[in-house]
Design a protein around this ligand. Structure first.
Ligand SMILES: *Cc1c(COP(=O)(O)O)cnc(C)c1O
Length: 327
């Protein structure tokens, strides 16, 4: 929902560009160097989308016929169109993760090494976890999962599309949330405000192979530097997230006052259940308030383009949408 800011549009208009397929786009290179430094990885690679970056990570880690353990509801299988099967030729096994927090014992039991089953090749996490309500996985849990992976000689991947939201909630540097994973995907679109683009962070020895897969999937962009908005999304975007979270809390409190059953809010998402979600969303849209139906629930997302007064106005619209009968 965010639109590029005037500063982002200026940066894009004035961006110096070269051919990024040859690694010669100075703006894409600056973005990648900046991200690697900021998140504590050896390398960062520009991607047109988070989906492509996640799937390249699976291609890098998973031999065909192996499986990735992912928290239930993970984006990489719920919303990536079966790509793990189609591209990496891998299975995804969902492991229980109440509130987005993976159950460690279940993970331990899920690791497969025997000769008669698909071997586990990767352990994945998602932080913040979208379908679990934008909830944050605590750093101790991340560390325990990494230790488990290490004990079995397995790599780890973090779907950190909303890594900066997790860092904001935890009150730590983004680097702390990124620490210890073999690879990491982070989105510069969505809450950070860039129009498109995500990054895959990775060790140096995986870079050449990651570039090969990116090109193979059609993600080798020539003058990627025209998307220079990503630099501002990365450096300035995170500063706005605290306010996004405060707006979400205010919205959640207001919805609860209206008698609605709202799920716990930790970041910029407010999930709730209403009878007839589709009808509710249509009546809401007619009043200029957009929300989505996600996983059978209604999801509101707050973001940097909202004004403070949008929250009370949205609550009034919700109140009216609840009162009025479905057409
Ligand atoms: C949006 C999202 C993605 C995919 O990003 P796109 O740029 O939309 O492809 C991956 N993981 C999570 C958790 C997301 O929310």
């Amino acid at each position: 929902m965010t639109r590029p800011t005037p500063a982002m549009r200026r940066a894009m208009a004035e961006a110096q560009v070269g051919d990024d397929v040859y690694g010669e786009d100075p703006t894409a290179n600056r973005l990648q160097d900046l991200a690697a430094e900021l998140l504590g990885f050896e390398r960062a690679l520009f991607f047109p989308s988070g989906t492509m970056a996640n799937q390249v990570a699976l291609l890098l880690h998973l031999p065909r016929g192996s499986e990735v353990l992912a928290p239930e509801g993970a984006h990489l299988y719920e919303y990536e169109l079966g790509a793990p099967a189609l591209l990496a030729g891998a299975l995804v096994r969902a492991v229980p993760a109440p509130g987005g927090v993976p159950d460690l014992e279940a993970r331990k039991r899920a690791i497969r090494r025997g000769p008669f089953q698909a071997p586990t090749g990767l352990i994945a996490l998602e932080n913040t976890h979208n379908l679990a309500g934008g909830r944050v996985v605590p750093l101790e849990v991340q560390k325990a999962v990494q230790a488990l992976a290490q004990a079995h000689g397995l790599p780890t991947h973090l779907d950190g599309a909303r890594l900066f939201n997790a860092a904001t909630f935890l009150g730590v540097e983004a680097k702390e949330v990124a620490r210890g994973f073999t690879t990491l995907m982070v989105s510069l679109s969505k809450g950070l405000g860039a129009p498109v683009e995500s990054l895959l962070l990775l060790p140096k020895d995986l870079e050449a192979e990651a570039r090969r897969y990116r090109k193979l999937l059609g993600g080798g962009l020539r003058q990627a530097g025209v998307l220079a908005a990503g630099i501002l999304a990365l450096t300035e975007g995170p500063k706005h997230l605290k306010r996004d979270h405060a707006l979400a809390r205010a919205l959640a409190e207001g919805l609860a006052r209206l008698g609605l059953k709202v799920e716990p809010v930790e970041t910029n998402m407010v999930y709730l259940e209403v009878p007839d979600p589709q009808g509710f969303l249509e009546r809401l849209k007619a009043q200029g308030v957009l929300a989505g139906a996600v996983g059978g629930r209604v999801r509101f997302v707050t973001h940097r383009d909202l004004r403070d007064e949008d929250i009370p106005q949205a609550l009034e619209a919700v109140d009216r949408a609840l009162q009025s009968k479905a057409p």
